[in-house]
Design a protein around this ligand. Structure first.
Ligand code: PLP
Length: 413
């Protein structure tokens, strides 16, 4: 018997335990999802055994007949789904994909302009904690403190003042859609390469529930494991004129051999994302986020920007007398899993900030709808007002598990 169960019961049991955890809790982490059984299956194949440095038709190893076909399939599906001229599906994850873009277009010391981390940007958009903030002259734009919205006049002003090599659009925690035509205009006026990081909303783009940045941007990166509902990985989409620079930056610039089994999972996810069912899914993700936002708002939760028009919600808990971390920990005890987050104008430390971030990609994959969004808002309200009452938290966790038992989990059940 060479099954995982008999070879390594410790790992086997942890996998089973995680399955049951993912089944019995409500997952509101905006960057997570449940992949399909088909994606999971494609990720655990003999493609694990292959080395394929290089690109289809131009490898540094022999024996690539199937690897080439697999990678071409993923590339063709990515180009078709997003209308891209060129696709690279090899980046190991979102952060290396972004590093590849910098390597392709910038030199250490060059200026980059992106959204401030504490206003919803990503570490790789020039945060001081990241190599992107250490090796580049990173300038940041903020959200308008009154509206919680991007201020395009301010972005233009900063771009014209600093003349960045790269203008970065994209976020990890901004609950609104982006105006790519405006970003394009600003990039053209300031002579910048327009780099869109659509990691968070790529699935919404694929499903037609968010504007597509690909026609506007010089280069677009995305993770494949968030709203896109694929395996952990990433892709870079770009104009043909940048294809060589991007490919060279990924390999040999940054990486060695691609993870071929992941490429298989990405190909499957891209096929799924091109279906009418996925279109419905993407629109349902946004509809659920809007419902949840309205319900929470009605209960006195303060939403950054006042609401949402994508898959995520950012809440400033200051008026509730509880910090983001306290709320996230209490919610976990109640069976609701999300993350604490900084909010625009944050005055608290990043490891215990004022806010929480919620997203609807995972619960929508399970089939949650309006009724479930209402119940989540009720539970969150109850937790916020009585976060130290462990009996109450445990009782909510039981109710959460009961609700969850009625919604099978893709990829598990
Ligand atoms: N870009 C954005 C906008 C993200 O939100 C993330 C992940 O949170 C990344 C890049 C990095 O992706 P990864 O965690 O796969 O490196």
């Amino acid at each position: 018997d060479n099954t995982l169960k008999s070879i390594d019961s410790e790992v086997f049991n942890l996998v089973r335990s995680e399955e049951s955890y993912q089944r019995s809790t409500i997952r509101l982490i905006a960057s997570e999802n449940y992949t399909s059984r088909a994606v999971l299956e494609a990720c655990g194949t003999v493609f694990q055994n292959k080395y394929s440095e290089g690109y289809p038709g131009a490898r540094f190893y022999q024996g690539q007949i199937n690897c080439d076909a697999l990678e071409r399939l993923a590339i063709d599906r990515a180009k078709a789904l997003f209308g891209a001229e060129h696709a690279n599906v090899q980046p190991y994850s979102g952060s290396p994909a972004n590093l590849a873009v910098y390597l392709a277009f910038a030199k250490p010391g060059d200026t980059i302009l992106g959204l401030n981390l504490s206003h919803g940007g990503h570490l790789t958009h020039g945060s001081k904690a990241s190599v992107t903030g250490k090796w580049f002259n990173a300038v940041h734009y903020n959200l308008n403190p009154d509206t919680g919205l991007l201020d395009y006049d301010e972005i233009r002003r900063l771009a014209l003042e600093h003349r960045p090599k790269l203008l970065i659009a994209g976020h990890s925690a901004y609950p609104r859609q982006l105006d790519f035509a405006k970003f394009r205009e600003i990039a053209d006026e300031s002579g910048a390469i327009l780099f869109v990081d659509m990691a968070h909303f790529a699935g919404l783009v694929a499903g037609g529930a968010h504007a597509n940045p690909v026609p506007f941007a010089d280069v677009v990166t995305t993770t494949t494991h968030k709203t896109l509902r694929g395996p952990r990985g990433a892709m870079i989409l770009c104009k043909e004129v940048h294809a060589k620079a991007i490919d060279k930056a990924v390999f040999p610039g940054l990486q060695g051999g691609p993870h071929n089994s992941t490429t298989g999972g990405i190909a499957v996810a891209l096929k799924e994302a091109a279906t009418p069912a996925f279109k419905e899914y993407a629109h349902a993700v946004v509809a659920n986020a809007k419902t949840l936002a309205a319900e929470l708002s009605a209960k006195g939760f303060k939403l950054v920007s006042g609401g949402t028009d994508n898959h995520l919600i950012l809440i400033d808990l200051t008026n509730k007398g509880i910090t983001g971390k306290e709320m996230a920990i209490a919610l976990e005890a109640a069976g609701i899993v999300l993350n604490y987050n900084t909010v625009p104008g944050e005055t608290r430390p990043a490891f215990d900030p004022s806010g929480i971030r919620l997203g609807t990609p995972s619960v929508t994959s399970r089939g949650f709808g309006v009724g479930e969004m209402k119940r989540i808002a009720e539970w969150m309200d109850a937790v916020a007002s009585d976060a130290k009452n462990t009996d109450k938290l445990a009782s909510i966790a039981r109710d959460v598990a009961t609700l969850c038992s009625g919604f099978p989990v893709p990829g598990i059940d």
